[in-house]
Ligand binder design. Sequence first.
Ligand SMILES: [Zn+2]
Length: 288
Amino acid sequence: MSDLLVRALASQVGVRAVACITTELTREAGERHTAYPIAVAALGHGLTAGVLLGALLKAQERVALKIEGDGRLRKLVVEADATGHVRGYVGVPDASSPLPVNRAAVAEAIGGAGLLTVVMDLHLKDLYRSVIALESGAPDAELTRYFAASEQLPSLVTIDVLMDEAGSLVAAGGLLVQVMPGHSVGALAQVAANLAAQPSLETLLATGLTPDELLAHAFAGIDYEVLERYPVEFRCSCSRARSEQALRTLDRDDLLALVADGNATVDCHFCNARYEFTEAELRAMLEA
Ligand SMILES: [Zn+2]
């Protein structure tokens, strides 16, 4: 089953919500990065956070999220757009961790001391950039704090990744609920109470939870309408042509050094793709 995102609006109380299931894109990220269980789970948390943030953007806008903590994974970097495409990586994909891997283990592996940086390309003159100090290392809790501190939009973000006892991914997903400007936070408290009355998100994920079911849990007793549903997936924008462009920006001496080496490789951090260029191709770049 492909991953899905659902956006909803409770217009009477001024609250919007995004719910998503991100199991397959997490699995793909884990495979691309040959990630160990703790890194797969952290990628699931981070990519889901990216997908949720991306759903708040307008078409063509992009968001990047970087968490640099003092834990074993060192950093978690994610980029997402408004159409459900997300990519990301962790600093140390082969970091080890005792099993089972759960939310607390992910927070510890990211680390509670460090920085969360959110950069948005809103197609304005400058990029929007916001930095907050980490508190727990759990991406959903940090994102909740980010919204309160930087955007002054009371929000509730909950993300979880269910891993089995052997360290294999079972399911991933998340929910973002946000009070819209000019509305009271009362409805958010009700959503929080609704979620508290349910089993944990990890437990719900084990039942094959859908984004629509997650929204129904969150909005119990609150009128809301679904605005749109769309698939979400891991997708990287790198390409051989872009890698060649990057090589062409090198100065002449650096290109000459690559020619002397006989070849060059360009690796994409985000998806682990490798692009190789032969000596003849490098010479052609030099002569261009
Ligand atoms: Zn790539």
